[in-house]
Design a protein around this ligand. Structure first.
Ligand code: SF4
Length: 378
């Protein structure tokens, strides 16, 4: 099993930064809580039906937390209906107007993404913090390299990690002065170097949970790569308590990519982690088509499991050693299946397609793992 592999392979261990824990609704963030995966809706928030439908799709993909924008009163008031119809806690994204923050907290938001330094007068700050406290609502300070305070830009000459951390510290100070500690912080930049340096510095100067993100990362492919490099490095260093992959793509893709980053680092396991070869002239079945079809077939499986799909004996048996289920392509359409690294049986894909055969095995294994979990919990 995956956990045993981790225990016997210390070079895979990641020592997570010790952060304090906050709650976003009923989801813990920070401390020893699992690293959560978030996304954001792109519907009009006041279109309750469309927003709820998108949140349901995100929940289905595994989202732990979902953020929605509240650009106007209609949107912040719509939260009351939205939260009734969804399971995940909702973060209200507030810019410019403190009243939206107050309304969002009063209408069911579990967290406000708002920068207290941008709210304005002391009275307004107090009002937003009071609404958050009264409604058990946490806050995310969201520093962004693209919207730093003017005086910080003048001081540092351009957006840079020092300016971002100084900005974060100002917002932190305001919340602390109001005895508010139920918050997390993000320090995003579209530049991977800048974001990573800022998060590292921030991790050193406070123990608040950190929300990781490479902002405006780009489309599905380029954004995934940037996010995997930036967040992957930070997570590997043990930094990060919740993540959001920003893609100019369907938000569901953000959740999938987020989980894939965490899965690659062994930080969180959800669903099947497929290890497959790129294929070459030695392949004994069509690896690329098989993996694409299999991914689709088993997308509903949430049980953590590793499966190797390898085109031939060059790497197949070796990869199978480290996976729960393994398939190695064999000559004459006769393939070898491994379970737990051991040879289990051979099968001829003429009898049954490879996808059907492996999908059935995965489903059976998932049912078995879930039954064992239930038994040990009883
Ligand atoms: S495992 Fe075999 S089929 Fe796959 S890329 Fe390597 S040599 Fe080619």
């Amino acid at each position: 099993m995956i956990e045993d592999h981790m225990m016997h392979r210390p070079w895979r261990m990641i020592d997570r930064r010790k952060s304090r824990q906050i709650m976003v609704g009923d989801v813990p963030v920070g401390g020893d809580a699992p690293i959560t995966v978030q996304s954001m809706t792109n519907t009009l928030t006041h279109d309750v039906a469309a927003t709820v439908a998108q949140i349901h799709a995100l929940e289905q993909a595994g989202a732990d937390i979902v953020r929605v924008s509240c650009p106007d009163e209609e949107s912040s008031l719509a939260l009351r209906e939205i939260v009734k119809q969804v399971k995940v806690p909702i973060v209200a994204d507030i810019h410019f107007h403190y009243k939206r923050g107050v309304e969002a907290a009063q209408n069911g938001a579990a967290c406000l993404r708002i920068n207290p330094g941008n709210i304005g007068s002391e009275d307004r700050v107090r009002e937003v913090i009071k609404a958050a406290k009264d409604n058990n609502c946490s806050i995310r300070i969201g520093v962004n390299a693209g919207s730093l305070e003017r005086d910080l830009l003048e001081k540092y000459g351009e957006p840079c990690p020092d300016a971002m951390v100084e900005s974060a510290q100002r917002h932190i100070q305001i919340l602390e002065e109001h005895d508010f500690f139920n918050f997390k912080i993000s320090c995003k930049a579209s530049d991977v170097f800048m974001a990573c340096a800022a998060y590292q510095q921030l991790a050193d100067v406070c123990d608040y949970p950190l929300h990781l993100g490479i902002t405006e990362a780009g489309g599905l492919r380029s954004g995934t790569i940037k996010s995997a490099i930036g967040m992957g490095n930070l997570l590997w260093m043990g930094i990060g308590d919740t993540i959001r992959v920003s893609l100019s793509a369907d938000p569901v893709e953000e959740i999938k990519v987020g989980f894939d980053i965490l899965k690659s680092l062994g930080l969180r396991h959800r669903g099947v982690n497929i290890i497959s070869c790129p294929s070459c002239a030695r392949q004994q079945f069509k690896v690329i088509d098989t993996v694409a079809a299999l991914e689709e077939r088993i997308a509903h499986i949430t049980t953590p499991m590793t499966v190797s799909i390898i085109g031939c004996v060059v790497n197949g048996p070796g990869e199978a050693l480290m996976t729960d289920i393994g398939l190695t392509g064999g000559g004459s359409d006769n393939h070898q299946v491994y379970i737990g690294g051991e040879k289990a049986h051979r099968f001829n894909s003429g009898d049954k397609t490879i996808v059907d055969h492996i999908a059935a095995m995965i489903e059976e294994k998932a049912a078995q793992i879930e039954a064992e979990k239930l038994k040990s919990a009883a």
